[in-house]
Every structure is written in C-alpha cells, then in structure tokens.
Design a protein around this ligand. Structure first.
Ligand SMILES: Cc1cc2nc3c(=O)[nH]c(=O)nc-3n(C[C@H](O)[C@H](O)[C@H](O)COP(=O)(O)O)c2cc1C
Length: 173
C-alpha cells in the first residue's frame, strides 16, 4: 500500500474530468500524492490508500462504467476511505438548492455498494451541439427554451476546491 490517493472519473464530454482534475490539484497542493485517472485506465485500486470516484449524470444515474467500477472494486473500496461525487446540470438551475436533496438520491446505488466518507454534488457543463443523439439534443434544446437551464459551463471551482479541502482529512487511513 502506498500513500497515494486515486481520483478517478467517468465523463462523456470532459466536464467531470475537469472536476476530477481540480479535486486532484487541491489535494496535491495540500501535500497529498494523487493520481487522477479516467476510469478505463484503472485496473487495480489496491495500491491506493483512498479512492475518490466521480461520474457525470445521464438520465438521473451515474454513467454505466462508473457503477461498474464500484461494483468491480467493491471489496477493495470498502476497505479504505472512499468518496463519491456527481456532476449534473440540475445543480446549475437557478432554483438548484431546491433540488439538492433529490440530486443526492442519485448516489443511492453507489451507497448501496460502498458507503462514501463524503459525497460531492456539483453543477456541470452542457454544449448541446456535442450531444450525439438527435432525441437528446431536442430534449435539451427544449429544456433550455423553457428556461430549465442554460447552456455553458456552470462548474463552481470554489465549491469544488472547498469540497476537496474538507475531504482531505477524511482520506487519512
Ligand atoms: C444524454 C445526457 C443526459 C443527461 N441527463 C441528465 C440528468 O438526468 N440530470 C442532470 O441534471 N443532468 C443531466 N445531463 C447533464 C450532464 O450531467 C452534464 O452536462 C455533465 O456536466 C456532463 O458531464 P461530462 O462533460 O463529464 O460528460 C445529461 C447530459 C446528457 C448529454
């Protein structure tokens, strides 16, 4: 077991990857050795003293590879500090605070496998033109039209930094 912390992410369009990088940077700046890796590049978590796992939300759930990751490494993750975060557009809404407790339920399937020492709920980014499915593009254009949310990058770097600072002491063995 080395002293490194793993921050690993599942991301379709890069915004969750950016959140993971920011968490890794904050931890590294406070003296933690960190690897920030896409989930498909992680084969084994046994060498890490703690693991932080995050995913973009699609249709109210973590991306399939993120759930698969927690399932595959469930036993190892249960034996060390494990933190989980999600990135979604609901939290970019003006009335986001009203939806926070609902958004938190999206981590329930993760909790059922491994209980996180801390959970992060972050607003993400949306560029509708990059969504491959016509149906999904239409759905998002309509939700923008009806004022549910705005396109663009809504990541709150201060909130992400604050979360990572609070996380640091919880990642100790
Ligand atoms: C197909 C699709 C489905 C989505 N479903 C939801 C959803 O159910 N709830 C939500 O709040 N955001 C949803 N989003 C928004 C994404 O979670 C958000 O844009 C996130 O920042 C994307 O992360 P990524 O850039 O790492 O892929 C969806 C985005 C896409 C493309």
């Amino acid at each position: 077991m080395n002293e490194k912390v793993l921050v690993t992410y599942a991301s379709r369009f890069g915004s969750t990857a950016g959140v993971a990088q920011a968490i890794g940077k904050t931890l590294a700046e406070s003296g933690v050795q960190v690897d920030v890796l896409a989930m498909q590049d992680v084969k084994d978590v046994s060498g890490y003293r703690a693991v932080v796992t995050g995913s973009a939300i699609n249709s109210g759930v973590w991306l399939p590879e993120a759930m698969q990751f927690v399932q595959t490494h469930q036993a190892a993750l249960r034996s060390k500090p494990f933190a989980a975060f999600l990135v979604c557009m609901t939290l970019s809404m003006r009335s986001a605070e009203n939806y926070r407790s609902h958004v938190a339920t999206w981590l329930e399937p993760v909790r059922a496998l491994v209980r996180p020492v801390k959970e992060g709920l972050f607003a993400g980014a949306l560029d509708i033109a990059r969504i491959p499915s016509f149906g999904d593009r239409l759905k998002f254009r309509l939700s923008v039209l009806f004022g549910a949310w705005k396109e663009g990058d809504h990541r709150d770097w201060d909130a992400i930094d604050a979360w990572a600072q609070e996380l640091k002491p919880l990642l100790a063995l």
